[in-house]
Design a protein around this ligand. Sequence first.
Ligand code: 5GP
Ligand code: MN
Length: 345
Amino acid sequence: MLTKVIEQAKIDHFSKWFERADKIVIVSHVSPDGDAIGSSLGLYHFLDSQEKTVNVIVPNAFPDFLRWMPGSKDILLYDRYKDFADKLIAEADVICCLDFNALKRIDDMADAVVASPARKIMIDHHLYPEDFCKIVMSYPKISSTSELIFRLICRMGYFSDITKEGAECIYTGMMTDTGGFTYNSNNREIYFIISELLSKGIDKDDIYRKVYNTYSESRLRLMGYVLSNMTVYPDCNSALITLTKAEQSKFNYIKGDSEGFVNIPLSIKNVCFSCFLREDTEKPMIKISLRSVGTFPCNQLAAEFFNGGGHLNASGGEFFGTMEEAKAVFEKALEKYKPLLTAKS
Ligand code: 5GP
Ligand code: MN
């Protein structure tokens, strides 16, 4: 049995909207990851099975390794089909905001979502939800939004209507937001849910291979290159990897190719904090990815130095300036956080 994480009043409230709604739009965050796409499509398959008119809209493209997901071809990219997406958002009865807590996380879509008269619900697991949705299902202790989608559908009484396709999407989000169940994954209920998803006929081992083992040769060579240039800061138990635009073109970089790189330095003994600085291909900025193991709060460092945020162990931000400048800011941040980084836990 699962704990009732979502308050009953919120389930009842959403159930009322759900009964009356026909047109439902699901939106998720910029540079969608496995949980953004997994939770969106998990909910999409459920709503579709209930004869609703459902559309999933995300701000921009998602990585190739998520393209196998059932329903992914129907996802609308806002940066390519803005007018059509604006119309769907404006005419929706209900908008479900998944896997993000702040309007700036949906970029240019924010204006349309705010302006829409639709009823809005947030289903998310990031700290400090902003106040732009009437129903807020925000549970930072839950390791993925996809898990919340499973819990929501079950609590509404529709477990039997979850299809194999829907279960595959939910599983993918749960898997990717926990690094294949290697972090934030000690809650035993996760494994109860997996067991329920397996009862729908999913092949979890195949999903793992499709997500993690279908990369290109050049991606692996890029990984080798990035790691060979890694800087380790033994005094701070930290490591830094970087990737410029010039280096990206040398390795025929495509979106998603550097996914997971930031985790690799954490496999060095004693390294508990890792930073990845990557020049963005779309905007003139450097994208920051931070990961930690244990209690080091990378979200605090992200907020203080990189105008970002996120989870304790996985966060990010943005930097407008050169790679050298970003690296200098990172080293300044290391100095400041050295006591925490070297504290014995
Ligand atoms: P990633 O390193 O995978 O891009 O991001 C990891 C996590 O950090 C995301 O799930 C999200 O919670 C957070 N994050 C990433 N980029 C930003 C950002 O620019 N601003 C904020 N507030 N959070 C971010
Ligand atoms: Mn997530």
